[in-house]
Design a binder for this molecule. Structure first.
Ligand code: FAD
Length: 387
């Protein structure tokens, strides 16, 4: 039987017919095509590339765009789709939300008409994959200190630097590389096959194993001057992209928590110790109540955030609050579920440990939990505490 959802406060009554249809379609896709293969992908440390055409067919790439072949769905429908994908695995949601928020979004928002024509249809149809190179080996939370540089050379730019921890790195046909030009952060499109540009997979990860994570190397990499994203200057560019990504993560984390909760409830009802199902013990029930309560609160945060985003009123700080709360909530739920499953909980035959391990990455990426805290602290007090 497929996943029936976790909806204690009747949010389904507030979703439109179309939002529910999209959610249920992605839910079915996850049940039928992600869950049967994800354990093997995670164990092998490979992103299941065979899913890319199907993800594109479902309209999940460029999903909120109305142009260039995008499905033009609303912010809540998009959030629900991300929720369901991450219920399958964080790696699937990451593939999709990086392609959307960190690749299609900057090309659409900051790109030239030629860049849009060249890349958006292919990225939306799943014929091309993109990645987003901001983080460097020595600069994660503080990307403004990046060392990657671009220099002018006639009709070209020459890029030098290394980007680390890049989702979709080794799959990507095009990388959005953020580098300093005359000391100012700018975005550049670097195409696979360009001399001086190479990628390598990061091996031995114990988290996000079904996600492609790698490094980008730029060594005297010469790109045409037309590959500069003309529409933005400074850290604002990548930060605007990260807001899109964090929005998807806030919803995705709810999906991971829902998967863990469902698994824990089913297990607790069946597992017998001391001649009773463990679900009959108060300490186990308390954990289930804690999970359901936190999931419900996070769902309400997402729903309202989606409404605000849809009308262009979702503030970056509100997205930070949702990312911070929901990822920490999901990690807590995954740990509680893993505990309820006892020793069985440490095997990949169940989902909770996989989600728990994945969520350790989600806690760190696109702005760590601390960084979201400091963003909110600054908003509350007016005092910047990053440095
Ligand atoms: C699976 C995965 C996928 C990723 N995908 C991408 C991608 O596609 N593109 C990309 O550009 N990056 C990507 N990242 C990188 C990610 O965004 C960074 O890991 C993240 O920004 C944190 O940087 P860092 O790992 O260098 O940690 P650091 O910045 O070194 O932080 C280490 C610790 O110090 C804390 N810290 C840092 N500064 C402060 C401060 N001022 N106050 C308090 N605490 C502080 C942090 O919160 C953290 O706990 C990915 C990471 C992972 C794990």
């Amino acid at each position: 039987m497929g996943f029936s959802g976790v909806d204690y406060f009747g949010l389904d009554d507030l979703f439109t017919h179309e939002q529910k249809l999209i959610r249920n379609t992605v839910r079915q896709f996850v049940d039928e095509e992600v869950l049967p293969i994800i354990k093997e992908s995670f164990e092998a440390g490979h992103f299941p590339t065979q899913l890319i055409p199907k993800i594109a067919e479902l309209g999940l790439l460029g999903a909120t765009l109305k142009e260039y072949g995008g499905a033009g769905i609303d912010a809540i429908a998009y959030g629900l789709a991300m929720q369901e994908l991450e219920r399958g695995d964080s790696g699937i949601r990451s593939f999709c939300s990086v392609q959307n928020g960190l690749v299609i979004y900057p090309i659409y928002t900051f790109g030239s008409p030629e860049q849009k024509e060249r890349w958006l249809p292919k990225l939306i149809q799943g014929e091309a994959v993109g990645c987003f190179g901001l983080t460097e080996p020595e600069h994660g939370s503080d990307p403004g200190a990046m060392e990657t540089v671009a220099e002018r050379d006639g009709n070209y730019f020459i890029l030098n630097g290394t980007k680390a921890w890049i989702t979709n790195a080794t799959l990507a046909h095009v990388a959005i590389v953020w580098a300093k030009l005359d000391g100012v952060i700018r975005g550049f499109l670097v195409e696979r096959g360009t001399k001086g540009f190479s990628t390598a997979k990061i091996e031995h990860k114990m988290s996000a194993r079904a996600s492609d994570t790698g490094e980008l190397y730029l060594h005297d990499c010469r790109i045409p001057k037309e590959n500069l994203l003309p529409g933005v200057e400074g850290l604002k560019g990548p930060l605007m992209c990260l807001n899109q990504g964090r929005y998807a993560i806030a919803w995705g984390a709810v999906g991971a928590a829902m998967a863990c909760y469902e698994e824990a409830v089913e297990y607790a009802k069946q597992r017998v110790q001391f001649d009773k199902p463990i679900a009959s013990f108060q300490l186990v029930q308390e954990k289930l109540v804690e999970m359901l309560t936190e999931i419900t609160k996070a769902q309400l945060v997402c729903f309202r955030l989606g409404q605000l985003k849809e009308v262009g009123k979702g503030k970056p700080v509100q997205i930070s609050l949702a990312k911070r709360n929901n990822v920490a909530m999901a990690l807590h739920c995954a740990r509680l579920a893993r505990d309820i499953l006892g020793a069985n909980g440490i095997t990949l035959d169940y989902q909770s440990i996989r989600h728990m391990l994945n969520l350790e990455s989600v806690y760190t990426l696109e702005g760590t939990d601390h960084i979201q805290t400091l963003i909110l602290g600054q908003d509350i007090t007016g005092i910047q505490a990053f440095k």
